[in-house]
Design a protein around this ligand. Structure first.
Ligand SMILES: Cc1cc2nc3c(=O)[nH]c(=O)nc-3n(C[C@H](O)[C@H](O)[C@H](O)COP(=O)(O)OP(=O)(O)OC[C@H]3O[C@@H](n4cnc5c(N)ncnc54)[C@H](O)[C@@H]3O)c2cc1C
Ligand code: FES
Length: 275
């Protein structure tokens, strides 16, 4: 059993938890994830390792209450335990040794996944620009954390209620056209956002890494659930990713596959909320 050490709401639907998991904390690297199972009847759910404390032996996860399992997890409190918490899984994020300037882009809860990347790059002395995009002011998360982990932070809101009005792609293109040079862009968020970031960076020939979120089951390359097409080849996001070259990803296929169980997911959530 894995004990929840701290729990904090970041906004109305996003929760941060640190979990006592010393073996995972010891080995975790930015870009990796865990799979949890709440109890013996629980689904296996992947969540990115948002942070870790090797000394305390804790791993931080940040999750959006999106459906049945995340709803169940959100109801647990400090001192409660989760049955399974497996990891670290996936390949750590790789940024070239000689990269001098990187732009990290997070969209919504994708910012939770983007944060450890920004922190690690900034910690390596790389000039790190963060663009964090949200629908509106009330759901902005991790602002202080990003400020500490970047040379420049731009917050955008779709409705203009906070920061810069508009999408992350507008802010990115403005930076590029004003002369800012990036060796690499890392984009993490909703699939359409990653797709549009890639179409901007392709224009300017900037290497772009995306973190994919297909439906995962075992997380060890055995079930094929997380199959994605990258550069015309089949890859398994759990063992070959979740990071991939964004210019090679078939985003339309990913969006289609991710919507396969929408009806069942909705029905399960309704049942979980009724309990
Ligand atoms: C590598 C990886 C890292 C992720 N990291 C985070 C994170 O740090 N924070 C966060 O909020 N979310 C993260 N997600 C998404 C998270 O796994 C889903 O939100 C979660 O599975 C929803 O489960 P549910 O039962 O609450 O909702 P459901 O109603 O079952 O599903 C809601 C949405 O989540 C997706 N989803 C459902 N089951 C899975 C599954 N087994 N694997 C992947 N996606 C699924 C569905 O496509 C659906 O759109 C990550 C996904 C992947 C693949
Ligand atoms: S989750 Fe089963 S192969 Fe990746």
């Amino acid at each position: 059993m894995f004990k929840i050490v701290t729990k904090r709401a970041l906004n109305d639907s996003v929760i941060l938890m640190s979990v006592d998991a010393p073996f995972i904390a010891k080995k975790a690297q930015p870009g990796q994830f865990i799979i949890f199972r709440i109890d013996e009847k629980g689904e296996r759910v992947p969540l990115t390792i948002a942070d870790y404390d090797r000394e305390k032996g804790t791993v931080t996860i940040i999750f959006q209450v999106a459906g049945k399992s995340t709803e169940q997890l959100s109801k647990l409190n400090e001192g409660d335990s989760i049955l399974d918490f497996v990891g670290p899984l996936g390949v750590p994020t790789h940024v070239e040794e000689d990269a001098k300037s990187v732009c990290v882009i997070g969209g919504g809860v994708g910012c939770a996944i983007a944060y450890p990347q920004a922190k690690a790059l900034h910690g390596r002395g790389i000039d790190t620009t963060v663009i964090a995009g949200f629908r509106s002011k009330d759901i902005v998360i991790l602002e202080d954390e990003f400020r500490a982990a970047s040379n420049e932070l731009i917050i955008t809101t779709d409705d203009g209620s906070y920061g810069k009005s508009g999408f992350v792609t507008t802010a990115l293109e403005e930076l590029i056209t004003s002369g800012k040079k990036f060796d690499e862009v890392i984009a993490i968020g909703p699939v359409p956002m990653m797709k549009f970031v890639c179409s901007v960076t392709k224009k300017y020939d900037i290497k772009t890494t995306v973190s994919l979120n297909p439906i995962m089951i075992d997380g060890t390359g055995m079930c094929g659930g997380c199959r994605v097409t990258v550069g015309g080849e089949t890859k398994y996001a759990c063992v070959d990713g979740p990071d991939f070259d964004g210019h090679q990803v078939n985003f339309d296929e990913l969006m289609k596959r991710n919507s396969t169980y929408r009806e069942q997911e909705h029905a399960c959530r309704m049942m979980a909320q009724a309990k």
